[in-house]
Design a protein around this ligand. Structure first.
Ligand SMILES: Cc1cc2nc3c(=O)[nH]c(=O)nc-3n(C[C@H](O)[C@H](O)[C@H](O)COP(=O)(O)OP(=O)(O)OC[C@H]3O[C@@H](n4cnc5c(N)ncnc54)[C@H](O)[C@@H]3O)c2cc1C
Length: 373
């Protein structure tokens, strides 16, 4: 590795989206990724590119999610050209399915509040009748849904593979199985102490998921994140019946249905728990009764990377100029935006004004309730 290189630490969707964007600008990049025992949200997520409900109290978050959703189509097409891999992105609009009329009213009020400060964010309230016309598989117990045209979904594993391949084919260097243990200042750059020896870098980008807490401390970037576990069930392949991604289930292009919207503070454990799995399965079956006939073929737990306010972090170190950190809990949704906007910043430019509020100083000033989870 040349000491002019930018080191991106973390080969999940956040690190890869940034590394790919940096290579598109022609910058020299080495991507370091960890070992098999690491937590990897990018390999265990639900695959939604989701905008509705995000950004209550933070219009910048709703707007950046909306802009990323708009960019996703072009991002997926470019990735397919560069890697030959289809990310499986579709944006038919998404449904927040509600069983209870009070939940539907609450969801609508939330969207109205977000829309008042960000009128670009469109949505419709679908009552039970309209929902049934658009989604015949819905249970007649459902109260209705909020439809948002900005929502979509992608195959997260294909997206990860496409990014890794496109990065490699563009001349990016990959150091897999090479966890970075320590980062130290070296002249105007850095020395990385890795599991495979020392490497130099002109700049470092921390995109190591939950390990950003440890690495951030080493470069003057205190990032308060905690793991929040989600559990997911996958059915066998079924004939197409769910044309929209929803908050409780989505059907892949291949026919499997992913089910799951659980959130647990369970420390650093990715274990599955039968009571949680049966709760999410029951809810999905109540809303989409034909799921009762399907067989579950897989289940897993994975850890979200969550800040106290549920919002991302884009931080540049003042004590260690040239060190950057990026953390977020909607890395699939934001991948298209990250790839487009973050490389200029890391290349010495200014952070896009929409992202300025997501600094680390906000955690020392106040700690608002987590509303964006
Ligand atoms: C159950 C669940 C459902 C989700 N659903 C969605 C969804 O529908 N839509 C959405 O947008 N988001 C969703 N997310 C969130 C999304 O998955 C994450 O925001 C995203 O994957 C975070 O990516 P990351 O690259 O920051 O972290 P990770 O994917 O965790 O990757 C971190 C990488 O860093 C590497 N690493 C760690 N330490 C080191 C080190 N010291 N040196 C080198 N490498 C290191 C690891 O090996 C790993 O590859 C979900 C998450 C979960 C858990």
């Amino acid at each position: 590795m040349s000491h002019e290189d930018i080191a991106v630490i973390g080969g999940g969707i956040v690190g890869l989206a940034i590394a790919y964007g940096l290579r598109q600008k022609g910058l020299p990049v080495t991507l370091y990724d960890g070992g098999p025992g690491d937590f990897r949200a990018s390999r265990g997520n639900f695959g939604l590119t989701w905008v509705q409900g995000k950004g209550l109290g933070c219009p910048e978050y709703s707007e950046m999610s909306r802009r990323s959703s708009l960019r996703w189509q072009g991002f997926a097409q470019q990735l397919q050209r560069d890697s030959g891999i289809d990310c499986g992105f579709r944006r038919p609009g998404g449904l927040n399915l509600c069983l209870d009329p009070a939940d539907l009213d609450r969801a609508e009020s939330t969207m109205q509040a977000i829309n008042r400060v960000n009128p670009q964010l469109n949505f419709q309230r679908w009552d039970a009748q309209r929902l049934r016309r658009r989604l015949p598989a819905i249970s007649d117990r459902a109260a209705g849904a909020i439809f948002s045209p900005h929502d979509g979904h992608a195959n997260p594993l294909n997206t990860l593979r496409a990014l890794a391949r496109a990065f490699q084919l563009s001349g990016g260097r990959q150091a897999y199985n090479t966890p970075v243990r320590e980062i130290a200042r070296h002249g105007s750059g850095f020395i990385l102490h890795t599991a495979r020896g020392e490497q130099r870098a002109a700049r470092v980008v921390l995109a190591a998921g939950l390990d950003n807490v440890r690495l951030g401390r080493q470069v003057g970037l205190p990032i308060p994140i905690e793991p929040v576990r989600g559990q997911i069930l996958v059915t066998e392949r079924l004939p197409a019946f769910l044309p929209y991604p929803t908050n409780v289930a989505r059907q892949t292009l291949e026919g499997s249905v992913l089910i799951g919207d659980s959130q647990e503070h369970a420390g650093f454990s990715t274990a599955t728990r039968p009571e949680v799995l049966s709760r999410i399965a029951r809810r999905a079956i109540t809303l989409l009764p034909r799921l009762a006939e399907s067989r579950i073929v897989r289940a897993w737990g994975a850890l979200r990377i969550m800040t106290p306010d549920g919002l991302p972090v884009y931080a540049a170190s003042t004590s260690h100029p040239g060190a950057y950190a990026v953390t977020c809990h909607s890395g699939v949704t934001l991948a298209a935006l990250h790839s487009a906007l973050l490389p200029d910043w890391i290349d010495g430019g200014v952070l896009h004004s929409l992202l300025e509020v997501f600094n680390v100083q906000r955690f020392t000033l106040s700690s608002p309730a987590a509303v964006n989870r």
